[in-house]
Every structure is written in structure tokens, then in C-alpha cells.
Design a protein around this ligand. Structure first.
Ligand code: ATP
Ligand code: MG
Length: 687
């Protein structure tokens, strides 16, 4: 009887309600929600968590995993709103208790610190980001002499990619080499030795890389002594965007909940876009078959996000895919406006087009925040960023270069990390070499001295620096021992690091003033974290994004445009969406056309991009685009044609237009005097 139904349930459609009420708050059979874009999967998940809490589940015993930390905190806020409405008490109490929300990696890091003692891990471990990992791989590579004797040995980045792939796909090295890195297959023996050395180095230095967070977690969860306790901590485990999880992540879920009880996963196989990170679309397809008890499967069929015309075009694009499980969705949002295919001359014109369209929209009352520009590769937005800056249009860019990638920010963090874990060589080498007079061999000697000492700070103090470093040495020793002792309260120790670092910054960089602003911003960010350890862990796992504003990210209430790679746009929606470079060579990217699988993944990417749009969608097609030079071929322009994912057969789903920054009507001299129709001539020849 719907009169007794709480308002939050009444708003849902029948299938969504089924998913939300499945088990009615109790621990129950595994649940899979599989459905297309914009059908309310994420929204259903938030309602389900709220419903569990309303029905008495303990929020501290709910584990909720999403694709990004941002998505997790948004989800928590939503749960607070929905549950708060019904429970009527201060809803922030609920979210404060809903502490186990985050990404797989973030949750893994927290659990590993909790259980470190039990699994023989030093709880002071530090985490390496991809760049640190590559640096460590490089150190080991040098130690083994592979970089010298073997001239064409894979680069540090390739070595790391192979290693990571092997770990995440849980596949043997030989297989990974054969199928993904065939040009490295000749190095199998050396790579085996290198990886063994890399793993050993990580253990000796008490550092974990991204993959280790999952690897240790999976291992820990399957150890009989720990698994029952670990799995017993959570009554409900829920995962969004399940199509983009890999084998290792799936194995973590089954280790936590071997019979699937209390498990909920949601996703869309048509949006699987992370296979390059070994994501396994089979995870979601195989989910129902995994457990002794049958899973409840819910499919959603209505799209609430996009207009009918946008959805029709997106369905047409994905309809050409060779393999697909979810069905086409329907929308009830009528619209006369088809998505636009916009022809422009080049990327500069593309940037002007997007800027004027966005400003025109803003004139009619659509905030910048309600609009987004998406692209396949981070560098595609270069000309647009220049144009936006020129026109003073503020923006935030997701998925591009991160704030933390800046050398000076990395230096600061390395100091903290070195103090947190003096065995972390990548951090140590970076920090020590900031001091004038200390190069790689001195840095090496210092860490060796520290390692043989019972107390690292004392070991550091014992070291006699070379003459050139003598002046700066005592200051560093003092800083290090104070950081080690934790004598200052967080985030005051970060300020202490900055004061120590500033003279070095000025010596190393000419643009020190600008960089100093970043350091101050880092302190502001730091203030939002409870401890040095949480700050380091969370920043490493999910770094803040770069912005157009040197003073830092715009405040919440300011208006700014979103620029994002398609990968980072996952799960989100905007009123207006622009997709840059919808041409062959960009979508699909020229690296992504090797196999049928790769092309299919590129198609799904375009589908993801298109289904972000609510009311209007512009696919922009520059007639030529710029390619950054590789080796002999140099920088060059490439003439482009419409993306192969929009073949002539589906063109009727779009409105085709052309745009030029100088319109003929503005300049009468530019009106055409004669019309030469080459097309007509050529058509005759092609017959
Ligand atoms: P994606 O596959 O892109 O992650 P999704 O399936 O997770 O999409 P949501 O983001 O949850 O979809 O929802 C898309 C939009 O539809 C949101 O704006 C949401 O508020 C709205 N929506 C979902 N369900 C309903 C409903 N029953 N009634 C009205 N609006 C709804
Ligand atoms: Mg979603």
C-alpha cells in the first residue's frame, strides 16, 4: 500500500524500488543491478544504503566503494539527505558513522594499516604513486645493470606497466607479454628477475605501490586467520561502477563475502572503459554465477538523464558494438533538438566555437558549472585551455596533470614521507638531493648510514656531509628529527617543512614566487586532514585536480567550467556537453585501433561521453588536428575525418552544422563569389 511508503521510495520506479528494498534492510542474497547509462544505478545505490540505515543497519558496518573519492563523498551526502528525511534526527550523525566509503585503493590502505601487525607489515608504510613506483623500478633496473648492458631493454614506464598488468589481471607474465606487450617478450627472463628485485626493494623499504594495496588486501582477506574477522566487520558491501573492476578487486569481494550475502554491485557493461588497467567486463557478467545461492538481478530500462534525441544517438553508436549485454534504454524526455555534429577548420576554431557556445548558454541562464567539455586524451584540451584563459572563463580540469605532479609540491611531500618512513628510498633520494653538495652517491651513503642505525634521526645526525653541504646540513637534521618525533601538531609540521624548503626553492627555480603560492595552497588542503598519515595516503591515492586559477581551486559557490577526460567523467552528468575531436585518430585514438577489443573499448568511451549530456550535446570535429611529434615524424597536423563510430548509417540521429569564427555575414567580402562543387565532380569519378 503506497500510502505507507516513505517518500524516498515512492519516487523510485518499480525496478529501482525492488533493488532498494531487496532484503529489506537485512543481510540477504547477492544483488546485481545491471543497466545502461543514466538509468539511476548510482541513485538506486544511494537509496539502498539509506534504506538499509532506515531499517536499522549499522552504518559503521557498511562498506561502500565507488570509482573516486569525490563520488564517495557525494554518495555519503546523498545518503544523509535521504535517510535524514525519514529518521528526522541530525543526519550528519549518520554520515559520520558511514566511515567506510571510498575507493578500493583508499579502503585497502586503511584496512592494511589496521591489520598491519597481524600480517607482518610495518604500519608506518608509505605509498608510492605511479611516478614513485617507476622511479623505484628504475633504481632496481640500474642495480641489475639492465639499463646498461641491454640497450633496448623496456623503459621504466613499460616495466611498471607490465608488472602492474600482471598483478591486476592475476595472469602469468608470459601470457601478459604475449598478448599485451609482444615487443617485450624476448626479455621475459630479465623481467622476472627485475620484478623479483622490485618486490624485494618495496618490502625492504616498507613501501606499497597502488597495486600492493589491492594485492595485500586480497591476500589478507583470504588468510583463514584474518578473513572471518575482516569479512565479519561489514554486514553490507556495495560497489558502484562494477564493470570497471579487475580480477583482483573481484577476488577481494568474494574473499570478504564468500557466499555473496550482503553484496550489492551495480554497473553497465556498455560503459566498461578501463580494460587497459586490466578491468574485466566479465566480472559483472559472471557475478550471478559466482555464488552457491542465486543472485537477485535487477535491470533498469528507463533513462532519466538525457533527452530522447540524445539517447537515440548514443544508442545508435553503441548499437554497432559487437558484444553487449545491457539493452537499449528509453527516455521520456522529449526534445526537438538533435545532438549536433559541428564541423570546424582546426583545433583553434574548435576552441572558439566551444567558448562562444558556452558563453551564449550562460547568457540564457545556464551556469558554467552545468556545462562540461570532454575529450579522449588530456592534451586535446590544450588550445581550449588557452582560449578559456584568454577570455577569463574559469575552469577546473579533471583527469589531466595533477597539482601534485609539480616538482616543488612533490619535494614537500617527499620530506613528509621520508620522515614518516625513513626507509622509503625514492622519497629519501629526492629530499637529500635538494641540499647543495649532495648528489646520488652521497644520498646513497646517507641512507645506508641511517639504515644501520637503530634510530634513523640519530643515524642522520652521525653522518658527516661533504664540505659543500656543511652549511645546510644542521638545519635539515633538526627538521628531520623534529618531524620524526612528531613534535609539531598537524598541519603545523607542513609549515615547518615549507620554511625549511623555501630557500632551496628559490635556489632551484626561477619562478619561485608562483611555486610558493602552490605550497601555501598545499597547507590549506592539509588543514582538511586529521593527520599527516591520512593526508599523505589520501593525496597520493586521489590527488586534487589542476585548475585554471593560480590561487587554487575555485570555491564551491563560484562558477566554473568543467574540463575532463572521458575516463574521469564517468558517472557524472551535465546539462550541456561538448566532446572535442570527435574524429578518427582521436576517438578512436590512433593507439587504440590495434584489435577489435580495443576498438570496442573506444566505442564505449564515446558512448560514455555522449550519455553524460542531459539537454544538449555537441560533438565537434576539427578538419585537422595537431599531433605531438614522436621521434622522426615531428610535430605535425593531421587531416581528420569523422569518427568511424558515427558512420553514414546513423547520421540521421544528428544535426550537422559547420562553424567558422569569421562568419561570412560579418564580412561581406567573404561572401562566396563562385561555388565550386568538387564533390559533384569527384562522385562521378568514384562510381
Ligand atoms: P551512469 O551509468 O552514467 O553512472 P546511473 O545509472 O548511475 O548513470 P544516475 O546518475 O543514478 O544514473 O541517475 C541519472 C539521473 O537520473 C540523475 O539525475 C538521477 O537523479 C535521475 N533519476 C534516477 N532515477 C530517477 C527516478 N526514479 N525519477 C526521477 N529521476 C531519476
Ligand atoms: Mg552511476
Amino acid at each position: 500500500d503506497s500510502t505507507f511508503m516513505p517518500a524516498y521510495l515512492a519516487k523510485l520506479n518499480a525496478e529501482q524500488r525492488l533493488a532498494v528494498e531487496h532484503g529489506d534492510g537485512m543481510v540477504s542474497r547477492p544483488l546485481l543491478v545491471i543497466a545502461g547509462a543514466g538509468s539511476g544505478k548510482t541513485s538506486t545505490l544511494a537509496h539502498r544504503v539509506a534504506h538499509l540505515i532506515v531499517r536499522g543497519a549499522d552504518p559503521r558496518r557498511i562498506l561502500l566503494m565507488t570509482f573516486s573519492r569525490r563520488a564517495a563523498s557525494e554518495m555519503a551526502k546523498r545518503v544523509e539527505r535521504i535517510a535524514g528525511e525519514v529518521l528526522g534526527r541530525d543526519a550528519s550523525v549518520i554520515t559520520d558513522a558511514l566511515t567506510w566509503t571510498g575507493t578500493f585503493h583508499g579502503i585497502g590502505a586503511r584496512l592494511l594499516r589496521d591489520y598491519a601487525m597481524e600480517i607482518g607489515l610495518d604500519p608506518a608504510f608509505t605509498i608510492h604513486d605511479r611516478e614513485d613506483s617507476a622511479d623505484l623500478m628504475n633504481l632496481v633496473r640500474h642495480e641489475f645493470g639492465f639499463s646498461k648492458t641491454e640497450a633496448r631493454f623496456p623503459t621504466k614506464g613499460t616495466c611498471l606497466a607490465i608488472y602492474s598488468r600482471t598483478v591486476n589481471a592475476q595472469a602469468p607474465l608470459g601470457g601478459v607479454l604475449g598478448s599485451v606487450f609482444p615487443w617485450c617478450a624476448g626479455w621475459a627472463e630479465q623481467l622476472k628477475a627485475l620484478f623479483a628485485g622490485y618486490v624485494e626493494a618495496k618490502q625492504a623499504q616498507n613501501v606499497l605501490d597502488y597495486d600492493d594495496l589491492l594485492l595485500y588486501w586480497a591476500q589478507m582477506a583470504s588468510e583463514p586467520e584474518i578473513s572471518a574477522h575482516l569479512g565479519g566487520r561489514f554486514d553490507h558491501v556495495l560497489v558502484d561502477e562494477y564493470q570497471d573492476t579487475n580480477r583482483l578487486q573481484a577476488s577481494i569481494l568474494t574473499a570478504l563475502k564468500p557466499d555473496g550475502s550482503g553484496l550489492t554491485v551495480v554497473g553497465d557493461d556498455a560503459q566498461s572503459i578501463y580494460s587497459f588497467r586490466a578491468a574485466e567486463v566479465r566480472n559483472i557478467l559472471d557475478f550471478p554465477k559466482q555464488f552457491a545461492q542465486p543472485a537477485e538481478i535487477v535491470m533498469l530500462e528507463r533513462n532519466y538523464r538525457s533527452t530522447e534525441t540524445i539517447l537515440a544517438a548514443a544508442n545508435a553508436v553503441i548499437g554497432e558494438a559487437s558484444e553487449r549485454f545491457t539493452k537499449n534504454l528509453r527516455s521520456e524526455r522529449k526534445s526537438a533538438e538533435k545532438p549536433k555534429l559541428v564541423n570546424v577548420r582546426d583545433e583553434t576554431e574548435q576552441a572558439s566555437y566551444v567558448c562562444q557556445a558556452i558563453l551564449a548558454e550562460r547568457e540564457t541562464g545556464t551556469a558554467l558549472k552545468a556545462q562540461a567539455v570532454l575529450f579522449r586524451a588530456s592534451h586535446h584540451s590544450g588550445p581550449l585551455e588557452i582560449e578559456l584563459t584568454r577570455r577569463n572563463i574559469p575552469f577546473v580540469k579533471f583527469g589531466g596533470l595533477k597539482f601534485l605532479d609539480a616538482a616543488h609540491v612533490k619535494d614537500m611531500l617527499a620530506v613528509l614521507r621520508f620522515a614518516e618512513n625513513p626507509r622509503d628510498r625514492v622519497a629519501g633520494f629526492r629530499v637529500l638531493q635538494l641540499l647543495p653538495g649532495i648528489g646520488p652517491s652521497a644520498a646513497n651513503a646517507i641512507v645506508e648510514t641511517m639504515a644501520t642505525s637503530l634510530d634513523e634521526a640519530m643515524g642522520l645526525a652521525r653522518y658527516r656531509p661533504p664540505q659543500r653541504a656543511a652549511e645546510d646540513w644542521p638545519g635539515f637534521v633538526t627538521l628531520f628529527s623534529q618531524l620524526r618525533a612528531g613534535s609539531k601538531k598537524w598541519p603545523a609540521d607542513l609549515e615547518q617543512v615549507r620554511l625549511w624548503y623555501e630557500p632551496h626553492l628559490e635556489r632551484i627555480h626561477e619562478d619561485a614566487t608562483m611555486r610558493r603560492a602552490d605550497l601555501l595552497q598545499l597547507e590549506q588542503i592539509a588543514a582538511g586532514y586529521a593527520s599527516r598519515e591520512r593526508f599523505l595516503t589520501e593525496l597520493t591515492l586521489d590527488p586534487p585536480d589542476a585548475t585554471s586559477d593560480e590561487a587554487g581551486p575555485p570555491h564551491r559557490d563560484e562558477d566554473y567550467l568543467i574540463l575532463s577526460t572521458i575516463h574521469s567523467a564517468k558517472g557524472q552528468e551535465w546539462k550541456n556537453v561538448f566532446v572535442l575531436n570527435t574524429v578518427d585518430g582521436c576517438i578512436p585514438i590512433d593507439l587504440g585501433v590495434g584489435s577489435k577489443e580495443e576498438i570496442d573499448e573506444e566505442r564505449r568511451l564515446l558512448y560514455v561521453a555522449m550519455t553524460r549530456a542531459k539537454d544538449s550535446l555537441h560533438l565537434v570535429m576539427p578538419q585537422r588536428f595537431f599531433v605531438h611529434g614522436q621521434a622522426a615524424r615531428g610535430d605535425r597536423h593531421v587531416y581528420a575525418s569523422r569518427s568511424r563510430f558515427i558512420p553514414a548509417s546513423i547520421l540521421s540521429a544528428f544535426e550537422q552544422t559547420a562553424w567558422a569564427s569569421v562568419q561570412p555575414k560579418d564580412d561581406p567580402r567573404r561572401q562566396p563569389q563562385v561555388r565550386i562543387d568538387l564533390g559533384a565532380r569527384m562522385r562521378g569519378m568514384w562510381k
